[in-house]
Write a protein that binds this ligand. Structure first.
Ligand SMILES: [Zn+2]
Ligand SMILES: [Zn+2]
Ligand SMILES: [Zn+2]
Length: 343
């Protein structure tokens, strides 16, 4: 893969380079003349993303003017595919060495065809958050929660190391949705018990080892952690709106089901986040990426959700890679029996 250089005068492509040096890598941006002070090696990835997101916010364009920058460069970022298709997304790509990072407007088809690429949610890069007090006060719909959770799972899939366990991903999701402006998060003991993730130091260690947060004090009642992820701190959405989404995650309709292993709960959560009547069905590669699994493991987890009667069926359309599923209808008279979206 080649990355577009600083000499290209295309508006919606930004690159930064992480230069190794004594005391931690420094970040070089061709748009910004002053080099940044050296970074902690472990947080370099999030620093690169935060810097690129800052440029995307500053150089905002109305959605109808955004075009696939990959196509405009002749589509040489990826092997040949059937052509541009789908919405224009913000795609984050690192080169093979992990030193150069690129953020660019790229169509869904080109994004999927480019290696080492993750989608960055627009909420991280949008200049005008729709954060009016009236909006923060009114009740949020299930579909709004779903959008938020999809955005954050998408973001975490690019920000966390690919080997991060499902338990650590579920904790990280609660952290990004509950973090204040300074990156501080308090997770009450009752919440962690409800998530069946209390006394799981190894999951916190994973997140700390990836340089994503400061390890919590295990002796404290409840947990207070500090996120080290710069991109998360610049979230556009208000804490009040994000906290409600964090609540929704604990009982994600239509899959607020019985207890299960963290891997199954994360898979059910991803399906719940895509259970919108109007949106397109996700493909198996997307579900797998958000869960941190291979597509084959994801298929096995979907089978387990059927065995558990969370789903009555699921189907993988091999030609499009789309996944469709059917939640198990609730027993008559049980809460939620009135409406269960199928997809
Ligand atoms: Zn810059
Ligand atoms: Zn392309
Ligand atoms: Zn394209």
């Amino acid at each position: 893969m080649r990355l577009a250089g600083a000499h290209t005068h295309v508006r919606r492509i930004w690159t930064v380079e992480l230069r190794p040096q004594a005391g931690g890598p420094s970040l070089r941006c061709p748009h910004c003349t002053a080099p940044t002070p050296s970074l902690e090696a472990s947080s370099a990835r999030s620093a690169a993303l935060a810097h690129l997101a800052h440029h995307a916010r500053t150089d905002a364009l109305p959605p109808h003017l955004r075009t696939c920058q990959c196509r405009e460069r002749g589509c040489y970022w990826h092997p040949r595919h059937r052509g541009c298709a789908g919405p224009v997304l913000l795609a984050l790509t690192r080169d093979r060495s992990g030193r150069t990072w690129r953020l660019a407007d790229t169509c869904a088809a080109c994004t999927a065809a480019t290696s080492h690429t993750a989608i960055v949610p627009d909420t991280l890069c949008s200049p005008h958050p729709a954060n009016t007090p009236a909006r923060a006060r009114r009740p949020q719909t299930d579909d709004e929660h779903r959008q938020r959770v999809r955005d954050m799972l998408t973001y975490l899939a690019s920000a966390l190391p690919s080997v991060t366990s499902p338990a650590a991903r579920l904790l990280a999701l609660q952290c990004v949705l509950r973090a204040d402006r300074h990156g501080s998060v308090r997770l009450p003991a009752g919440l962690l018990r409800g998530m069946r993730l209390h006394r799981r130091p190894e999951a916190w260690q994973e997140l700390a080892h990836g340089g994503w947060l400061d390890l919590p004090d295990p002796r404290a009642t409840g947990l207070r952690v500090r996120l080290l992820d710069d991109a998360v701190l610049e979230q556009a959405l208000s804490l009040r709106i994000r906290r409600r989404a964090a609540h929704w995650v604990l009982r994600p309709t239509p899959f607020a089901g019985p207890s299960a292993a963290a891997a199954e709960r994360l898979t059910a959560l991803v399906l719940a986040a895509y259970s919108t009547p109007s949106g397109p069905a996700p493909d198996l590669a997307t579900i797998a990426r958000l869960c941190g699994h291979s597509p084959q493991q994801t298929g096995e987890l979907l089978d387990r959700l059927v065995a558990r009667r969370t789903l009555s069926a699921w189907h993988h359309h091999r030609d499009t890679d789309e996944v469709r599923w059917q939640p198990t209808p609730p027993a008559p008279g049980s809460p939620g029996a009135a409406h269960r979206p199928a997809r």
